[in-house]
Design a protein around this ligand. Structure first.
Ligand code: ATP
Length: 363
């Protein structure tokens, strides 16, 4: 990663074992100063354990973690220059918003005027100035979340850790809050590592994402990189929806390969070194496919099928197309104009896509 602050947080060969079970398996990551980084994976993949090791709540079985060049291993949680915001927010119910934010600063013995200055600045940042005297139970879920964020940032940590930051909010509120949260974190410029199982949350908030499974990192990259060029079927399927067509390399020329699948031939002219006979999967996102009532003139990258079902979602209509082999693919068509039904159930259609939008996977 070409970044002047690369390696601000350096996680090197970190492993965590619980008895014989390996929860985090030899993970290495370099996170730049000011980056918002998401650890993304389904339940049990080890993301929370990794976050807890950063916070100091778990010891490392192997490896090292350094923050700004300082080794964190062996340092108790309260001495680490970081703060963790929990999913439950862990606000003190009997304290006002103001006192909740001031709590850590007072405990650290910060002079009274500086405490007041910082708390007021934090309240302005999260736009809760007029709620300073309320108790947490008098706030909405989104407001409580902002108090928790203000409290986490008040001590000006070098690193902010977020555990499922929006997990306690309902879907609508979560979408609004995602943007607010990202803006506040960027405004402060604090380096941030968050844990989530929600790919939308990771994609909205983070500048880079690490996809984890079974304790390992499967892929690390910017959201668009992971979405457009997933490195494995697991990642392709985990991030968004995807059609996976199983095939075999039929022709391997130096500048292109041709892959035969049950329902179509794929021409791939970019970045592939497949050899004849190799088993591969071709991944195509539903929104990269167009539907047509006529057969394409080209020889490649299309499949014939029938409309099995369609679902109208307002901005898009999702078609499910049953191909000759029986495989059903998903095709999402944007409704740019006022929706006018293009295809009906049972219609014969040709699904086609550009060679540059398909991804060939070998694992
Ligand atoms: P979730 O989203 O459900 O929290 P996760 O991806 O964050 O899942 P972890 O909490 O990191 O996963 O757990 C990873 C694995 O390690 C799980 O299989 C879990 O059961 C196991 N594990 C976590 N903590 C302990 C512990 N203290 N003792 C034994 N096993 C544990």
């Amino acid at each position: 990663m070409a970044h002047e602050n690369a390696g601000f947080l350096r996680i090197k060969d970190v492993t965590k074992k619980f008895g014989p079970y390996t929860a985090v398996d030899n993970v290495s990551l370099d996170i730049a100063k000011g980056e918002i980084f998401a650890l993304l994976g389904s339940s049990g993949c080890g993301k929370t354990t990794l976050l807890r090791m950063l916070a100091g709540f778990e010891t490392l079985s192997a490896g090292s973690i350094t923050l700004n060049g300082v080794e964190l291993g062996g340092m108790p949680p309260y001495q680490r220059p970081l703060n963790m915001m929990f999913q439950s927010y862990a606000l003190f119910p009997h304290l006002t918003v103001w006192d909740n934010i001031a709590f850590g600063l007072r405990r650290d013995g910060l002079p009274r005027d500086q405490v007041a200055e910082r708390v007021d600045a934090m309240l302005r940042l999260v736009q809760l100035g007029k709620f300073a005297k309320r108790k947490p139970h008098q706030l909405s879920g989104g407001q409580q979340q902002r108090v928790a964020l203000a409290r986490s940032l008040a001590k000006q940590p070098q690193l902010l850790l977020l555990d499922e930051p929006l997990g306690a909010l309902d879907k609508k509120l979560r979408e609004q809050t995602q943007i607010e949260l990202a803006n506040i974190i960027r405004q402060v410029g604090v380096t941030c590592v968050m844990v989530t199982h929600d790919q939308e949350e990771a994609m909205t908030l983070a500048s880079r994402i690490a996809v984890m499974s079974e304790g390992r990192l499967l892929q690390v990259g910017a959201p668009e990189e992971i979405y457009e060029t997933p490195s494995s079927r697991f990642v392709a399927d985990f991030i968004g929806n995807v059609n996976l067509m199983q095939g075999t390399v039929a022709v391997d020329e130096t500048d292109h390969v041709i892959i035969d699948c049950a329902d179509c031939r794929h021409y791939v002219g970019h970045g592939i070194t497949g050899t004849q006979g190799m088993a591969v999967w071709v991944a195509v996102r539903p929104e990269k496919i167009q539907l047509s009532a006529q057969a394409p003139v080209d020889d490649f990258n299309y499949a014939y099928g029938r409309v099995e079902s369609m679902s109208y979602f307002g901005s898009v209509t999702l078609y499910r197309i049953k191909l000759g082999s029986g495989q059903v693919i998903a095709v999402s068509q944007a409704n740019h104009e006022r929706y006018a039904e293009q295809f009906s159930q049972g219609d014969a259609v040709w699904a086609n896509w550009s060679t540059t939008t398909q991804v060939v996977l070998t694992q």
